[in-house]
Design a protein around this ligand. Structure first.
Ligand code: VGL
Ligand code: ZN
Length: 191
């Protein structure tokens, strides 16, 4: 039997309202994440986990998700009881990591790919923050690693630096082989 993993990407305070890099509607993604968890064999969370001096803070992003701060913590409303394992990324000072699998230069693996393979997972379902960065790059890496990839579009939210980035990211993921679905398709199909 092929196993299905839910990968909840960066549902952290700094990406939610009041956070330093707030993504519109992030709390709705958190609520859907809770509702979707019962439909999966394995549940993974990721956390953007930067050192204080991370190079992305210099001119790209506001200071966000600094290790062991409240901003880097998973959102309080996220049900964490069923999480099997948490993967951290972006710890390297000089190389960022949007993907949950590899850093942006593909030099270091986070261990998520090997972990999923060891658990016999063949299908991964992605949700979280942000559609146009960490969700997108995680999706593209997962496809490259040979997983069947579903992106739960209504359970993702985008930074949307430019209007249309969210939609474009979804189209890019789809073109690369991902299947874009909605949370209701999962909840209906399995009930
Ligand atoms: C993210 C920008 C910077 C994300 C992380 O989680 O999508 N975006 N760091
Ligand atoms: Zn970051």
């Amino acid at each position: 039997m092929s196993k299905k993993a839910l990968i909840m990407i960066d549902l952290q305070n700094d990406f939610c309202s009041e956070g330093s890099l707030a993504v519109n509607g992030a709390e709705e993604a958190v609520l859907l994440a809770n509702q979707l968890q019962p439909f999966f064999d394995l549940i993974i969370a990721t956390q953007d986990w930067h050192p204080e001096e991370h190079h992305s803070f210099v001119d790209l992003w506001p200071v966000h998700c600094v290790q062991n701060t409240t901003g880097a913590a998973l959102h309080d409303h996220l049900n964490q009881v069923r999480i099997d394992k948490i993967f951290y990324k972006g710890m390297h000072e000089k190389v960022d990591s949007y993907s949950a699998f590899f850093d942006n230069e593909h030099l270091y693996a986070t261990g998520l790919g090997g972990y999923l393979q060891s658990k016999k997972v063949t299908e991964v379902y992605l949700l979280g923050l942000a559609t146009d960065y960490c969700v997108k790059y995680s999706c593209l890496d997962a496809l490259q690693l040979g997983f069947k990839v579903y992106v739960i579009a209504d359970a993702c939210r985008a930074v949307e630096l430019n209007v249309g980035d969210s939609e474009q990211a979804l189209r890019e993921m789809e073109a690369a082989g991902a299947i874009i679905i909605s949370s209701s398709q999962i909840m209906q199909a399995s009930s």
